[in-house]
Design a protein around this ligand. Structure first.
Ligand code: TRP
Length: 334
């Protein structure tokens, strides 16, 4: 089958701010893998974004390296897709600045993610406020049209579209409006069963942990808090353990039924979930261990990714600089 001359382009970014967890995987990363078949896919480890929360250089470098391993292990194919480190392309930050001159501060102040992060006590840096502007730059510097992200990113993607519209209004139709691509997973809740699974909430199930660690984490999960005695009927619709079973086996309706009728207890249902998560990620964990044995591999993958995207970024930025009136233009060489 012949490829169309230009495949539509996908971009997504992931912060290297901690170990990959089930929320990352079910919410977005499964789609990274799925979309690389049909689209020209570019995936960025967004280390500049992570600087809003990771303040130790050594640690950030390590987390970035580890995230490349995670993405390769879950099945990103560096021959098919481009894996890049955001900071290798300073133009992301340049385009962010250009967008900053277009974006009203009020749009950023009312961004729900920003408000949440403020409540979480994250330093209120200018970078935290500007975070979604850099995110918009990440996407549109590649003129990507599809962005696989978790549902928690819906507001950021809407803001990206607004930024594009504002820029295009001022300087002409340069950028397409990107659209989010969601998985069918809802916002994945953490082990507490209440908050969104996230590193900052400390409620993650880390997919590359050793089996015993995964068992320990899953066994600590909060189930239906109103089910006190083993013989009490459970409410699978409010039990996060039951909800997660949906993604790890075709028999989740039976499992839910077992809980509802008290045929099974929470402990068994958790044990089963732990084993299924372990089995599901086993091949990926093994692949990750194998890849980690070649320390140079990560930098080679990033260098190849950079080489692939360099011409795209150069072309976009030449167009942008010409439109906004900065830098030299080839046309004016006398
Ligand atoms: N904000 C995203 C997250 O936390 C990460 C991100 C940065 C991103 N730049 C992006 C996602 C561009 C998609 C596209 O998950």
């Amino acid at each position: 089958m012949s490829q169309p001359a230009t495949r539509e382009r996908v971009f997504s970014g992931i912060q290297p701010s901690g170990a990959s967890h089930l929320g990352n995987y079910l919410g977005a990363q499964v789609n990274y893998v799925a979309l690389q078949e049909r689209y020209e896919a570019i995936y960025g480890i967004v280390d500049l974004h992570a600087m809003t929360t990771v303040h130790d250089g050594e640690q950030l470098r390590q987390l970035t390296h580890d995230m490349v391993l995670d993405l390769l292990a879950i099945g990103l194919d560096p021959d098919r897709s481009a894996l890049i480190r955001q900071s290798d392309l300073p133009e992301h930050a340049e385009l962010c600045w250009i967008f900053n001159t277009v974006v009203p501060v009020s749009w950023l102040e009312r961004n729900p993610t920003y408000k949440e992060k403020r409540t979480d006590g994250i330093d209120n840096s200018n970078g935290l406020l500007t975070y979604p502007v850099l995110q918009a730059a990440d996407i549109v510097i590649y003129k990507a049209t599809h962005v696989p992200v978790g549902k928690d990113q819906a507001a950021h993607l809407e803001l990206s579209r607004e930024i594009v519209r504002a820029f295009n209004r001022r300087y002409g139709e340069i950028f397409p409006e990107p659209q989010a691509v969601f998985t069918d997973a809802p916002v994945v809740l953490g082990t507490d069963g209440v908050k969104k699974m996230s590193k900052s909430a400390g409620n993650t199930i880390r997919v590359f942990d050793e089996p015993d660690e995964i068992r320990r984490t899953v066994m600590s999960m909060v189930t239906d808090t109103q089910r006190i005695k083993r013989t009490d009927p459970g409410r699978p619709e409010v039990c996060n353990v039951c909800q997660l079973h949906r993604f790890f086996g075709g028999d989740y309706l039976q499992i839910q039924d077992g809980e509802r009728t008290a045929r099974t207890g929470c402990v068994e249902t958790k044990q089963l979930l732990a084993e299924r998560i372990i089995e599901f990620f086993r091949p990926m964990r093994e692949k990750r261990v194998a890849l980690a044995a070649y320390p140079d591999h990560v930098e080679q993958v990033l260098a190849a990714g950079l080489a692939k995207v360099r011409p795209i970024v150069d072309a976009t930025m030449a167009e942008v600089r010409a439109a906004v009136g900065i830098g030299h233009t080839r046309a004016s060489s006398r």
